[in-house]
Ligand binder design. Structure first.
Ligand SMILES: *[C@@H]1O[C@H](CO)[C@@H](O)[C@H](O)[C@H]1NC(C)=O
Ligand SMILES: *[C@@H]1O[C@H](CO)[C@@H](O)[C@H](O)[C@H]1NC(C)=O
Length: 364
């Protein structure tokens, strides 16, 4: 009898421990703060082979690495660019062991390109100049974000000043990929960034590109094979949209300064809708999202300080979780809670009958 009581107590304690651990583990989101004087990191991606985030700097034109233990160091310093231009969108192409980054001049807008670096040595593999390509003399251009078609290794780059898309082959040969009148005819609905059109871009393997415009909040689906252009039908647009990343479940994470949207589509991106939203502190000025082992992280770039010519030494990579998905876990905890309750009641009933039996035996 005593052994049974002891076992029940153990089950109860283990259940409670499991319950508590689960709840705490689920809600404590990971944050990696790092010190880097005036880095103003604008873009990042996770390098799964070396378990590190690679981070591009808008202020310094360098790439740094942030390891999972929080250690931080410079990784790529290309003397042609460092301290002279900004690095924009960044993506890791593990298949070809390279990291690809857009190069921009965010002061005069007269220099644009995309560069690839080796993931081991940090050495440059190619630089493709995009500025004059498809851009009339004297007009401004800006290579903003980049997506990789991982199979052939081609990359696609958004031009945020003129709303078209460049393509660069895996050897570094650039061309204009697609220009379309629906790209340039969307009304601006963003109150503060009216000059910035195409921004975030992602590639859905075997299918198409998805690209978003900051000022119009419009999302486009673009065929990689046939260059077909489709304005994704959405009830709520995504004004202020910046970096994007696709998750394994096929949903799209879209970052803006004020919030992160989770966007889903049941029609192969003919139409889409916002499934969930995480509010952000606009002071942190998040610009990009990356996926690490299924978890979603955003980068706090603090570009507001850069624009205001203020200095800043601390930046952060922060894990986020969408509210509906936290809710999804609830039934598990409810079941555990019921289990714990059943155990407590059984234990109590067992104790009562045990004492009652004893009592009767003594009286007899
Ligand atoms: C851009 O143009 C400005 C003035 O027109 C010039 O001073 C600057 O060097 C140019 N930058 C690049 C990267 O070509
Ligand atoms: C946003 O962050 C700033 C700076 O860290 C802080 O002062 C402010 O209180 C935060 N705002 C909100 C709404 O949490």
């Amino acid at each position: 009898m005593k052994i049974l009581g002891f076992s029940l107590t153990c089950v109860l304690l283990v259940s409670l421990e499991w319950f508590a651990h689960g709840v705490v583990g689920e809600r404590s989101l990971r944050s990696l703060k790092f010190q880097a004087s005036n880095l103003f990191p604008e873009s990042f991606d996770w390098d799964r082979v070396r378990d590190r985030f690679l981070i591009g700097s808008a202020a310094k034109g360098t790439i740094s690495e942030l390891a999972s233990d929080g250690s931080f160091k410079e990784f790529v310093r290309d003397e042609e660019f460092a301290g002279k231009v900004a690095f924009g969108g960044l993506i890791v192409d593990s298949r070809r062991n390279r990291v690809i980054v857009t190069v921009q001049d965010i002061v005069d807008w007269n220099f644009s390109g995309v560069a690839a670096y080796d993931l081991d040595s940090g050495k440059r593999l190619y630089f493709a100049r995009l500025g004059g390509l498809g851009v009339a003399e004297g007009e401004k251009a800006c290579a903003n974000d980049v997506a990789v078609d991982f199979k052939p290794g081609n990359v696609y780059v958004t031009n945020c000043r003129q709303n078209f898309i460049w393509k660069v082959t895996k050897e570094g040969t650039p061309s204009v990929f697609v220009k379309h009148e629906t790209f340039t005819s969307q009304p601006s609905i963003s109150s503060d960034v009216t000059w910035c059109g195409f921004n975030g871009i992602v590639y859905e393997p075997g299918k198409h590109l998805l690209a978003v415009q900051t000022n119009s909040g419009a999302l486009f689906r673009i065929g990689v094979e046939d260059q077909s252009v489709h304005l994704v039908s959405m009830k709520d647009k995504l004004p202020g949209a910046d970096g994007m990343v696709l998750r394994e479940d096929g949903t799209l994470v879209v970052v803006s300064r004020e919030k992160v949207w989770l966007v889903g589509s049941a029609s192969n991106w003919m139409a889409a809708n916002v499934v969930d939203v995480v509010p952000l502190n606009a002071t942190d000025f998040a610009t990009a999202a990356a996926i690490k082992k299924g978890a979603t992280f955003v980068l706090h770039a603090h570009l507001g300080d850069l624009y205001a010519k203020q200095t800043r030494d601390e930046f952060e990579v922060q894990e986020i979780e969408f509210p509906a998905e936290i809710g999804d876990n609830d039934p598990v905890w409810l079941i555990l809670l019921i289990l714990a309750f059943v155990v407590v009641v059984s234990l109590w009933r067992f104790q009562v009958s045990y004492f009652y039996d004893n009592y009767r035996r003594k009286r007899a």
